[in-house]
Design a protein around this ligand. Sequence first.
Ligand code: NAD
Length: 265
Amino acid sequence: MGLLDGKVAVITGAGRGIGAAVAKLFASQGASVVVSDLDEGPAQAVVEEIKKAGGKAIACCGNVMEEATNQALIKAAVDSFKGLHILVPCAGFCNDSVIQKMSLEVFRQMVAIHMEAPWMLCRAAYPVFKEASADGVIRKVIFISSEAGSRGNAGQTNYASAKSGVIGLMRTVAKEWLRIRVNSNCIAFGFVDTRLTQADCGSTIMGAKIGLPGNLRQMAEQGVTMRGGRLLTPEEGAGSIFCLAIPQADGINGQLVEVDSGVGI
Ligand SMILES: NC(=O)c1ccc[n+]([C@@H]2O[C@H](COP(=O)([O-])OP(=O)(O)OC[C@H]3O[C@@H](n4cnc5c(N)ncnc54)[C@H](O)[C@@H]3O)[C@@H](O)[C@H]2O)c1
């Protein structure tokens, strides 16, 4: 018996980091998972790992900044697993610089990935959620923000604005979807140890350098540890999303939860 038996989840950015850990955790608790990422190789690897452990998953890859990808994800869930219960729009990356050095294009890139993509996924899911609402089951959207969004962070006017916007999206979806029994909540992460926060990782997405310059990573890490906190693992990040996903948490709706080992207190 798993806590997510019979549930169908769509998780974007699930080829790596927090999204991959969510996909594996959800599947280990009985959910059927649509694993989505820009990169097919890592997404397939997550699917294989889930299947090897006896779980159910399919990969459905693409760029979530495009509407067709979001529509395909909802269709994949319904066609393959005959249902839809949980959305976790987790895909993301950063493209940092101070405001005076940032182009409008780079600002808009973050709005597209962190605000527009989750909005498009929700809009694509609406007809399915509406039709399914007659069964009385509470469905869930768990948005992913950042403490850059809830508190601000130098060098990230684009990312922070978009991650703040997703909090407004979460609260509005919570209000609009009360009547179709879909809960909407959001996790704002502090520092999670993933490719996104690795030092000089060398990867790029759409022209954005992924990871932090070595000295910045060290400074950020020190900032957390000096305040008595610690970097979280992707699995700990996934755990907080899981807490909101389970039926035992059906009473939680419209909430932002900061997950940062306590350094933000
Ligand atoms: N790691 C942290 O400290 C931290 C802190 C706050 C918020 N977050 C947020 O958590 C989420 C997951 O990040 P992570 O740390 O696991 O990073 P990660 O780099 O390990 O994983 C992100 C995944 O998203 C995918 N992705 C990126 N752009 C995409 C696109 N356009 N279409 C489809 N897939 C795309 C990447 O390929 C990657 O596999 C992001 O939204 C991020 O902003 C992370």
